[in-house]
Structure formats: C-alpha cells, structure tokens
Design a binder for this molecule. Sequence first.
Ligand code: GLA
Length: 401
Amino acid sequence: MRYESGTAMLEPNPNLIDLVADARAGHDARFAGPAPIAAAAPGRVNLIGEHIDYCDGFVMPFAIDRYVVMVGRPNGGREARVASTVSEDIANIPLDDPLEPGATDWTKYLRGVIRGFQDRGHNVPGFDAFLVSSVPVGAGLSSSAALECAAATFLEGLLDTVIDTREKALLCQKAEHDFADVPCGIMDQFASAYGKPNRLVMIDCRSAEPELVPFDNPDLTVLIANTRVHHELSDGGYASRRKDTEKGLEILGKTSWRDVTEAEVLSHWDALGDPVNRRARHVVGEIARTIAAAAALGRNDFETLGPLMAASHDSLRDDFEVSCKELDTLVDLARRIGRKGGVIGARMTGAGFGGSTVTLCESRHADDIAAALATGYKAVTGIQADIFATRPERGAHQITG
Ligand code: GLA
C-alpha cells in the first residue's frame, strides 16, 4: 500500500471484498465458525471546511475507499467477545448493564456504540465479532468514526433493526464524545454514514443536513498523503480549539458563527484577544471559503478552487494553529508543482497535528505528483509518506452473502 519514492505507479486501493474475506477468516480462526453478519463503514477525507463543523459551518468531505469491516454472529451468552487484527487478545464486554466509559483501548468506540443501542432500549445480546481495517489510524482519515459506524451497522444486523441514518451518525458521534472524550463535530460520522460512490457529502452543520453532490469527473484525482506523524496523543489540542471558538462566540454576543461577519471579528479584535481573535478569523473565513469552494466546484472553476484550498491551509496553520511542519512540507511541495504540473489545490485535512494532506489534481498528472510528493517529503523529513489516490465510495452498509 505504501507509495515508494521514485516509483511511477499508484497502487490500487485495498478491495472491500478481500477485506470482508480477511475478516471472516479471522473470525473463523478465533471463534471457529461462520460469521453471517457483516458490516463495513469507510473513513473520510475533507476537501475543505476544516474545524468548522462544530461552529455551524459547512464541510465538504467524502467517504473514501478505506473501510473498517466487522463480522460476527450471536453467541447465545451475555458477553460481546471481540477480536481484531490489532491485538492477539479477545476483548470480553459484559452486556448485562449499560456500558460505562473508562476503556482506553480501541474497544472504547465499540462500547460507546453498544451503549447508544442500550440507550435506545435495545437488549444487546451476546455476540462474537472480528474486526479488520484498511483505514490508517492517526492519519486524520477518521478511523474512529469508521469503527463506530461499522459497529452500529453490525449491531443493526445483530438486532435485526434499522436506525435512521442521521440518528445512527449522531449515536456514533455521542459514542466519540462520551467514551473517547473527544468533543468532535458531526463531519466524520456523517461522511461515513451517508457516503455514496461519486458523491461529496456536503453538510450544513447548523441544520445537520447532508447533501450529496456529484463528484465524478474522471479528469480529477484526489491524492491523500499521510505524513505518518501524529503529534498529539491525547486530543487536548482539539478540545482547546473548540473551547476557543465557544469563548469567541460568547464575547461576540452571538449564538451561531453563521451570524458573525469578518467585519465584526475585526471590530472586536482586542476584546476577543489572542488567540481567540485568530481562531474567530479562521472560522468566519473558512465558512466563506467553503461556500465559495462548493460553487467553484459546481462550475468546474479550478482556478478559484485551488486558491481557496491554499487559503484554508494557511489559515489552519497561522490562525487556528493545527498544522505542523510535516503537513506544511507536503502542502508546500504540492504548491511548488503548481497548476502547470497538474495540482489544483492542496491543504491539510482532518483535525491536524499530523495526519494527512489532500491534493486535488489532474488525473493525468497524479502518478507524477505522488512521486514528487513522496520524494520531496522523504528528502525533507526522512519519512516515507503513505500516498494514495482515493474517490468517493459507499458509506456504512451491511454485506449480504
Ligand atoms: C476531526 C473531528 C471532526 C472535525 C475535524 C476538523 O476529524 O472529528 O468533527 O472537527 O476534526 O475539521
């Protein structure tokens, strides 16, 4: 899966069918038997609209062709027994009482989702399950939302019930809040739950309404470049940025960032104080940029879209302070290749502090651009980036047969 610097071909993405086969083989090895229930949910990449999903903004993610797959069956008992490729251990989760937060390993996401079903009145029966994932962890591609949405979709299968997509995404977001202690917005879980092939999941985060927008131009390629660094192990940086934005709104005397203009931010600059004033400038600017980017994309106006992506990155780097030198390096390399070399736009994607960049480029140049990014990044940082092309894929679903 790694893109080796200097080689000329982007490797194909791991195939979902193979992933399901791996999961079923893993289940059989651990629990000796078939796994009739299977669910998959993808990670996401965000084209633009960063750190504004918790500020009533607009975001433009899509579900990528990297999945968490969870397969299993009822075990007749009162425990969930869950294994994965991550560890040799089988996690045993008693289901008699409502689950409580406290776990620190990956099972916290699963526990949070089970609790969401318990809160909806479901008596979750014992089950055995096996998980595999092709969503890189800590890469800013929402591996946790993919796990939550896969688990929720698996539980729908186990309980023979269907939850409305919006409610399912919100249940998964609550799991992240309560069991992983990350006060995330709605972007990741919505993208993972609502994703469709060849569609962006444009979300108005004030109304929490997703709109599926065509994104199927074969001349365009989205490259994800994973820096393979993650600077904050806890998400303290994320929570503190969110607090800054809440403080800003309070000082401005508003109830929604959608009602704040750039002029108001500038006229309250000293009252807001540093860094809240810069956080506010990012939020207001990024909302405007995302609206403009959606319009530009709709009319294939790449000369407008590229600079909007660039301005988004600069604002995240300077005003929101969630970038890092590795992300900046990849974005600078893409900028240097520029329009002449087929790059339309590049920016960091996701929460930041490491993770990945997204580069929108012309398909005919994608291999060369990936090679140049890999080579340049290795030369500057000594790290082999993980670079792959992706496209919008199907969101959380059950796999039958
Ligand atoms: C993380 C969060 C999202 C969003 C992004 C930044 O991925 O889970 O809700 O805030 O960061 O845009």
